[in-house]
Design a protein around this ligand. Structure first.
Ligand code: NAD
Length: 500
């Protein structure tokens, strides 16, 4: 019998009441291991009420005390790292070491959030006018929500609630229905860390819960990460309802390889960044662009045996390079893209479609695939595939290569491999992409910088975590204060005050 998962509302686990559920698979065996309740609008509302009730108390707490809760939470997550990583791998399928990385990258945002007293400090001008001082302060918004994707079930919720709750907001997380157990466990640990009940709530659900979040007048801001179509929907509907929205979407990340690059290192980097986590990363490299045909021939010659020898195995195998995909449906989608690539005329150098793992025939495994001679006009190039598939698009020179990520509709991440500082500098300056790596294949910014793509990879103007995250989850108030000396009156003024 599949376990029934719960919601976490107002500091306690709550049974789903809608009667609707979503299957959570064990992607290694293909079995259904749990059922996620899918919240109705009324259940979302219950979480909003719980979060609203505690907001005044939490917002009024001095920031250092909130920081201490963040610090306790960090310690608790570290203590429970093994349990969290196993739970994450069991639902997502990524290898254990990668699941630890998922938790750790989230914890880095919690570490950043431990500095919230400093991050919330405003500015002060003494004597802005005679006897007048001006100061600004950052205040929390109220109840805010985060809607997260399946591929980083620990990191992305922590990107969002880490900053939001430290800043004094109360939070509703709506995790992916495909792997919700880690966010639920994080909410329990947050309570154990000393947060008042209702500061962090987890409501499981699908479109119905998302729509309820987008419509609820008491939810002031929505942070979303997921596919582009849903990101755009969330952005449009959330902003139409007067909410502050940041919505990160899909990606197609190019790696430009210049003829002077260290090719052995590039091959290692492409293998790791292209196939790690079965390519289910928004910062995965999915397109390699060797500059010159000669380099293209050599690159593909070296990549081929490496892709053929990838070790695809259960997440618990310490030697596995990557595990199964998240669901059967997603694996079929990736396979269909490989079929389409062949039909479109790209050369399938390594075909992972028929991969079977003995003993795990019903698991959602897929071998690594490699395409050469992919053209920008192909749909498989234009779309995000989100699987263990690397596409090689050859370019005759630097300009042709550099134009590809700039012209692509997505603009999340990009990398250039070269020893030429001039080329790298020009590329980093001109490319129309939000996150750039120079000899770094996955340029995910650290927690105290900010994460965000451009073009159809992100809707809204403010990035995730770092100083931008603090800006997103706070509003600024500016106070102009005068303490007139007793007995001195200036009389009524009918003109706008100016600096004389
Ligand atoms: P998804 O869009 O299917 O789901 C994301 C969230 O939206 C989930 O919580 C889901 O329940 C909800 N949702 C799904 N369909 C919906 C609908 N029709 N209406 C309202 N809500 C809906 O994304 P996913 O498959 O879970 O995650 C993979 C995608 O996320 C990829 O496209 C990947 O590139 C992207 N991603 C982007 C970033 C980034 O920062 N840019 C990071 C990680 C993942």
């Amino acid at each position: 019998m599949a376990r029934e998962l719960m919601h976490f509302i107002g500091g306690r686990t709550v049974k789903g009441a809608s009667g609707r559920f979503h299957d959570v698979y064990n992607p290694t065996t293909g079995d259904v291991q749990a059922k996620t309740p899918l919240a109705s609008a009324a259940e979302v509302r219950a979480a909003v009420v719980a979060a609203q009730k505690v907001f005044p108390e939490w917002a009024a707490q001095n920031p250092q005390k909130r920081a201490r809760v963040m610090f306790n939470f960090k310690t608790l997550v570290e203590k429970n790292m093994d349990e969290l990583a196993k739970m994450l791998s069991a639902e997502h399928g990524k290898v254990l070491a990668d699941s630890r990385g998922d938790v750790q990258r989230g914890l880095e945002v919690i570490e950043f959030a431990c500095g919230i007293p400093h991050l919330l400090k405003g500015e002060y001008t003494e004597n802005a006018g005679t006897g007048i001082d001006v100061y600004s302060m950052r205040q929390p918004l109220g109840v805010v929500a985060g809607i997260t994707p399946f591929n980083f079930p620990a990191m992305i919720p922590m990107w969002m609630f880490g900053v939001a709750v430290a800043a004094g907001n109360t939070f509703i997380c709506k995790p992916s229905e495909r792997d919700p157990s880690v966010p639920l466990r994080l909410a329990e640990l947050f309570l154990e860390a000393g947060a008042p009940a209702g500061v962090l709530n987890v409501v499981n659900g699908d479109k119905e819960a998302v729509d309820a979040i987008l419509k609820d007048p008491d939810i002031k801001a929505v942070s979303f990460v997921g596919s582009t179509a849903v990101a755009e929907y969330v952005y449009q509907n959330g902003t139409a309802n007067g909410k502050r929205v940041q919505a990160m979407g899909g990606a197609k990340n190019h790696a430009i390889i210049m003829p002077d690059a260290d090719l052995d290192q590039v091959v290692d980097d492409l293998i790791g960044a292209g196939y790690g986590s079965a390519g289910e990363r928004c910062m995965a490299i999915s397109v390699a662009v060797p500059v010159t045909d000669k380099l293209g021939d050599e690159l593909v010659r070296r990549l081929k045996p490496r892709v053929e020898s990838l070790k695809v195995a259960p997440s618990t195998d310490p030697d596995a390079n990557y595990g199964p995909l998240v669901t059967r449906e997603h694996r079929e989608k990736v396979k269909n893209y490989i079929d389409m690539g062949v039909k479109e005329g790209a050369e399938l150098v390594v075909d992972g479609r028929d991969f079977r793992l003995q003993g795990y025939e019903n698991g959602f495994f897929l071998g690594g695939s490699l395409f050469d001679h992919v053209k920008p006009t192909m749909k498989t190039y234009q779309d995000e595939i989100f699987g263990p598939v690397l596409q090689v698009v050859r370019a005759k020179d630097f300009d042709e290569a550099a134009a590809l990520p700039t012209k692509h509709s997505y603009g999340n991440g990009v990398a250039i491999f070269t020893r030429d500082g001039d080329a790298a500098r020009e590329f980093a300056s001109k490319v129309q992409v939000g996150m750039v790596g120079i000899n770094v294949p996955i340029p995910v910014p650290l927690a105290y910088h900010t994460f965000g793509g451009w073009k159809r990879s992100a809707f809204g103007d403010v990035n995730q975590h770092g100083p931008e995250g603090v800006r997103f989850f706070t509003k600024i108030k500016t106070v102009t204060a005068r303490w007139p000396k007793g007995g001195v009156r200036e009389g009524a003024s009918f003109v706008i005050p100016t600096m004389k």
